[in-house]
Ligand binder design. Structure first.
Ligand SMILES: NC(=O)C1=CN([C@@H]2O[C@H](COP(=O)(O)OP(=O)(O)OC[C@H]3O[C@@H](n4cnc5c(N)ncnc54)[C@H](OP(=O)(O)O)[C@@H]3O)[C@@H](O)[C@H]2O)[C@@H](O)CC1
Ligand SMILES: Nc1ncnc2c1ncn2[C@@H]1O[C@H](COP(=O)(O)OP(=O)(O)O)[C@@H](O)[C@H]1O
Ligand SMILES: [K+]
Length: 457
């Protein structure tokens, strides 16, 4: 499983340029910052190279400038370094090129070495790599045992993670902040393990990577209702609603109700009918509607009643499909957390423009609710524009029913009064998956929620 730093700021290329400009305006020189960036990367390269031969690729912009600093730093400390260049840098990057006293060979002809450092393009990549450059990069990566990218793997679009003919990296050293390209789409896979280097450029952002929550055991005076009551509406596919209910129980809800005709599930699960008493029960801290609900008239009626009641809602699966393009009008002003996968998201909000972060922020602002936009890169956005991205969840989660488990987790944290129930639930979900290991199924994932919680106490 790849590693990504926790609670790291995420900024776009434009925001990064603004942060750099502010640092330069406050008296730092571009040269100093580039020396710091190169040294920070070189420290990691030295550690990972462990004495093996290194090839540094240096591009025509400031990413290339960083690369020349990396090469100089390593050579000065006795490492076996060669450099291959692309284009002639300008400005400070040209000064760094001039300060490299070794040879600069041609990208097309250079032989691969065990350690590859990719400093061709970073946040300035503006179009797909030319075929010969992409071919050379892929060849050199294939010939290396480890590839370390400076700031971003060359050919990953900074702001949305799309693939502009990147070869990828095993380790990426992100400078000053992570970029959307490290956590979204193809970029997440291409970046490998991500390390964050402090280069002395302060960065402020409302967007962060997911962090381990800090949780408390139930206090001495706890009773079942103070720990949070969750009600899950059952429907056409009882297994899904049962998974959500069991996950809510495992995630620490003190009282979990499964409402409907299904009488299955563990003995500790409370069964009720979907009558007016249920929807009016003021003790319900979160009402889950959607997992296994179905899409028939009965399902639609249950959704209407859920939306009409005053309880906080967790809306998933079929509830989201039933809402479809009406989501924006029907959810406005509701206290709800939505957990769509990309198909459900697109049905509600359209495919739209921009990155997954941009689209999720826009949708959350439009409906005034928090949205957990699921996938390998789960993006959580609230109506105020705060974003958390989970970019390192085990891919074993891609199996039926794991989303139902997440809905139950979100509901349990919501009913417990958590400040950020969606992010906490997504962390616990990913961690439970890591503890469950290879070949996990949704039922087994629930057995590891307790272990994930233990790590947060
Ligand atoms: N600002 C700072 O002081 C600091 C910046 N830092 C570092 O700088 C990086 C950003 O630097 P950057 O803005 O110079 O962009 P960079 O990623 O080197 O690429 C731009 C060059 O590539 C070219 N080009 C683009 N796409 C291309 C393609 N497909 N195929 C071929 N050419 C292509 C583009 O040419 P153009 O698009 O104009 O034709 C231009 O020449 C950042 O990631 C970090 O590593 C750190 O040192 C901290 C201080
Ligand atoms: N490739 C993947 N890597 C990591 N997590 C994934 C991947 N694919 C899906 N997931 C996660 O698995 C869960 C699947 O949810 P969902 O698609 O709603 O499935 P279901 O409706 O069958 O429960 C979500 O939490 C999602 O973020
Ligand atoms: K790079």
């Amino acid at each position: 499983m790849r590693r990504v730093p926790e609670h790291a700021p995420i900024v776009t290329a434009a925001a990064m340029r603004a942060a750099e400009a502010a640092a330069f305006a406050s008296g730092q020189s571009q040269r100093e910052v580039m020396e710091r960036a190169g040294a920070a990367v070189a420290v990691q390269v030295a550690r990972l190279a462990a004495g093996r031969a290194i090839l540094v690729l240096a591009g025509p912009g400031n990413n290339g400038g960083d690369a020349y600093v990396v090469a100089r730093w390593l050579a000065e400390r006795g490492h076996d370094v060669t450099v291959a260049g692309l284009g002639a840098p300008t400005g400070v990057a040209a000064e760094m090129r001039a300060a490299w006293t070794g040879e600069v060979t041609d990208l097309d002809t250079v032989a691969p070495r065990v350690v590859l450092v990719d400093g061709l393009f970073g946040t300035g990549v503006s179009r797909p790599l030319a075929a010969d450059v992409a071919r050379a990069l892929a060849r050199l990566r294939r010939g290396a045992a480890i590839t370390i990218a400076i700031d971003l793997p060359s050919g990953i679009a900074t702001d949305d993670g799309s693939d502009l003919e990147a070869a990828g990296a095993d380790v990426t050293v992100a400078l000053a902040a992570l970029k959307p390209g490290h956590v979204l789409g193809d970029g997440a896979g291409a970046s490998g393990h991500v390390l964050l280097a402090d280069i002395g450029v302060p960065v402020a952002s409302h967007w962060h990577t997911l962090a381990r929550p800090s949780l408390e055991p139930p206090p001495r005076d706890a009773h079942k209702f103070t720990r949070g009551m969750v009600a899950v509406l059952g429907g056409a596919m009882p297994g899904a609603s049962r998974l959500a209910a069991r996950a809510a129980m495992a995630a620490g809800a003190g009282y979990v109700v499964l409402a409907g005709e299904d009488r299955g599930g563990p003995d500790a699960l409370v069964h009720r009918t979907t009558d007016a008493d249920l929807f009016g029960d003021p003790r319900i801290g979160a009402l889950v509607c959607g997992p296994g609900l179905g899409r028939d008239a009965a399902a639609s009626d249950l959704l209407d009643r859920a939306l009409a009641c005053e309880r906080p809602l967790v809306l998933d699966g079929d509830a989201l499909s039933l809402l479809g393009a009406d989501a924006a009008t029907r959810l406005r002003g509701k206290h709800a957390i939505l957990t769509p996968h990309s198909g459900e998201f697109d049905r509600m909000f359209g495919v739209g423009q921009g990155s997954k972060i941009d689209r999720t922020i826009a949708a959350a602002a439009r409906i005034g609710c928090t949205i957990v936009h699921k996938g390998a890169d789960t993006v959580i956005a609230d109506p105020a524009g705060r974003v958390t991205v989970s970019a390192a969840a085990p891919t074993w989660l891609a199996s039926a029913g794991t989303g139902d488990v997440l809905a139950g987790l979100v509901a349990a944290r919501c009913a417990a009064g958590a400040a950020d129930p969606a992010s906490e639930a997504v962390w616990l979900h990913a961690r439970a998956a890591a503890l469950a290991g290879a070949g996990l199924i949704a039922d087994g994932l629930i057995d590891h929620i307790g272990g994930a919680i233990e790590e947060c106490l």
